[in-house]
Design a protein around this ligand. Structure first.
Ligand code: TRP
Length: 334
């Protein structure tokens, strides 16, 4: 608990470009969580180097991601939004927890197997111990809740196992985190293959709408989106392409799926697709303006970063001190 509120923790990696799916499925839903929870949202840049990054563009992308958090509506005063690499406690706790994690557990991680297959030329130890660092992220802030998609559920499970193991040895040190399954975000699929999630690592750029896409690109991608046999605009399992566009339209406009179906009843793709694009652009355009404004004001952004780093460090170091004492490291004389 912090300020009588339960703690909620999440973050995104600064790799690739965020998509509309990341926004509608996660980011958008984070915006109001601070009313009920003490929220921490990290830019997970330590995790990003498990895959080789080009330094200049990596630096820029990480800063852009933080600015995008703010542009998407996360209030940097009410939420702690910070860079993981600015809080050294993450790396320290990572080491300690690594000594309480079994290789057998890490061997079972499906994401490691997937990533190792995809980057067979660089299967490094960081990729292997990725879940330990993620456990450190979550446990440092005594987090109660972690909003996770299905792909991260196994990582949350191992975090709980590590925390329980540590607590069993040393007493109540860590809060055992749970998944946060509050109101469901929209599930956005690829525009080119609606059986796959819209992904920032998709090789086909027409499958994803990126948050930084300009209006014309959004129009073009929506126009090219695959649809299904028949011309009806209806949400159903046998119409994955149209259903996905309806889901996007509904999430962007706030209208229900039923309302959207009614609106396009008797109309064709020629009217529907441009309307989807317009709804998306109505979200993206103000976000772009805000993003540019924030990035241009270097002094403002730097001061936000400083304050939030400090806040993160304060809470993280509190936990780390406790862990150091429990493990039996000698005191650091002050
Ligand atoms: N692994 C997460 C992802 O790729 C990012 C992440 C790192 C994270 N540490 C976290 C998410 C802690 C939630 C909590 O999406």
């Amino acid at each position: 608990m912090i300020n009588d509120k339960k703690v909620l923790y999440s973050g995104m990696q600064a790799t690739g470009n965020l998509t509309l799916g990341n926004y509608l499925g996660a980011l958008k839903n984070w915006v109001s969580l601070n009313e009920e929870y003490e929220c921490f949202f990290g830019v997970m840049d330590l995790h990003s180097i498990t895959i080789r990054q080009e330094p200049a563009s990596f630096r820029k992308r990480a800063r852009n991601l933080l600015a995008l958090y703010i542009a998407a509506g996360l209030d940097p005063v009410k939420n702690c939004i910070y860079f993981q690499s600015h809080v050294s406690a993450h790396a320290e706790l990572n080491w300690i927890l690594g000594c309480f994690t079994y290789m057998g557990e890490l061997n079972r991680m499906t994401q490691f197997k997937d990533k190792a297959a995809k980057h067979s030329d660089n299967i490094n130890a960081g990729l292997y111990t990725y879940p330990v660092l993620m456990a450190a992220d979550i446990l440092l802030y005594q987090s109660d809740y972690v909003p996770v998609g299905r792909d991260q559920q196994q990582h949350l499970e191992i975090t709980r196992d590590i925390a329980q193991r540590f607590n069993a040895i040393y007493g109540d040190v860590f809060t055992i985190p749970e998944g946060y399954y509050g109101k469901r975000g929209a599930k956005v699929m690829s525009l080119q293959d609606p059986s796959k999630k819209m992904s920032k690592s998709d090789e086909n750029p027409n499958g994803s709408i990126y948050l930084m896409d300009d209006a014309d690109t959004v129009v073009r991608k929506c126009k090219r989106a695959v649809t299904d046999s028949g011309s009806e605009i209806r949400y159903s399992e046998d119409k994955p392409g149209v259903s996905n566009l309806l889901e996007i339209y509904s999430a962007c406009t706030g209208k229900s799926i039923e309302e959207a179906e009614k609106e396009f009843d008797g109309k064709g793709y020629g009217e529907f697709k441009p309307a989807v694009a317009e709804a998306v652009n109505a979200i993206l355009e103000p976000m772009h303006k805000e993003f540019e404004r924030i990035l241009q004001d270097k002094g403002y952004l730097d001061s936000i970063i400083k304050e939030n780093d400090e806040k993160a460090r304060y809470f993280a170091n509190k936990t780390l001190r406790k862990v150091r004492k429990k493990v039996g490291f000698t005191d650091i004389p002050r």
